[in-house]
Ligand binder design. Structure first.
Ligand SMILES: NC(=O)c1ccc[n+]([C@@H]2O[C@H](COP(=O)([O-])OP(=O)(O)OC[C@H]3O[C@@H](n4cnc5c(N)ncnc54)[C@H](O)[C@@H]3O)[C@@H](O)[C@H]2O)c1
Length: 267
């Protein structure tokens, strides 16, 4: 992990405005979530393999976040590496009380089981499943110390119904669903809600990669009909997450929340 930028520090839980840790913050949905939660008054600790030093999206995100919430930061860390996750979560909890975690970091590969080699399978699970576990493992004690909070884990329609050639990805998103349900039960008494969010097609780099692998034009990540007949803009998913982490959603935990434009309603 690269050193945190000026202003970020690690140490005991701080007082002050609540902090949200958002992984995959340089990506399509993570970036939109970081900006939406900053607009809701949270200070953001963004985490991505691409950090604030990135001259592109992540660096621009760091600058925009600082305009809204000056103590915000974007950290370079790999969610599949325990030491990097521990350090990033410590930095986040040093900025202020860590109350919110949104796990967006993930990778997608497009193969069936017979054509998925072992290294590919392991990498997808390392990022999508182990990464979620490592971030939650580091964050839960901080959320407890803050008096509770909310974790949103990004799952996918592919956890429930899928298309050909997504073996490792679909399985990993099913695991995220099961892990979230488990944590919701384990941490309910701590005042920590854990919500798996089932997301449909969203216009991001990941869906463009999936479209290309399927031979579909950009904007058509899934073949077939969709109730709303379009992909989501990342901001539409961020709006749902903004609600889920807010007190308005205080009775929502464990069970999957679906934001798929009606995709799963179609046979
Ligand atoms: N885009 C969709 O249609 C869609 C649909 C369903 C679910 N999702 C889920 O939403 C989440 C966000 O997806 P997106 O569409 O924004 O993807 P994206 O590819 O735009 O962004 C993913 C981000 O994760 C980061 N990342 C990858 N590996 C990492 C690692 N090891 N450590 C830290 N960061 C890492 C990438 O650098 C990237 O910035 C994912 O969990 C994805 O599975 C997306």
């Amino acid at each position: 992990m690269t050193p945190p930028e000026a202003g970020a520090r690690s140490g005991p839980p701080a007082s002050g405005p609540p902090v949200a840790l958002v992984t995959g913050a340089a990506g399509g949905i993570g970036r939109a979530v970081a900006l939406a939660l900053a607009a809701q008054g949270l200070t953001i600790a963004g985490v991505d393999t691409v950090g604030a030093a990135d001259p592109g999206g992540a660096g621009d995100l760091a600058a925009r976040l600082r305009d809204q919430a000056p103590a915000s930061t974007v950290l370079a860390a790999d969610v599949s590496v325990a030491a990097e996750v521990e350090q990033a979560v410590a930095v986040a909890a040093g900025i202020g009380p860590l109350t919110t975690v949104v796990n967006c970091a993930a990778i997608l590969t497009c193969h069936d089981v017979a054509t998925t080699d072992e290294a590919e399978w392991d990498r997808v699970f390392a990022v999508n499943v182990k990464g979620t576990y490592l971030v939650c493992r580091a964050a839960v004690p901080r959320l407890r110390a803050a008096g509770g909070g909310c974790i949103v884990n990004l799952s996918s329609v592919h956890a429930l119904a899928t298309v050909p050639q997504l073996a490792a990805y679909a399985a990993s998103k099913g695991a995220v669903l099961a892990l979230s349900r488990q944590m919701a039960i384990d941490y309910a008494a701590d005042g920590i809600r854990v919500v798996p969010l089932i997301v449909g097609s969203v216009d991001t780099e990941m869906s463009r990669q999936h479209a290309a692998a399927q031979g579909l034009p950009p904007g058509h990540a899934e073949p077939g009909d969709r109730s709303l007949g379009r992909m989501a803009d990342p901001a539409e998913v961020a709006d749902v997450i903004g609600f889920l982490v807010s007190d308005q959603a205080r009775f929502v935990t464990g069970s999957p929340v679906v934001a798929d434009g009606g995709m799963l309603t179609h046979l």
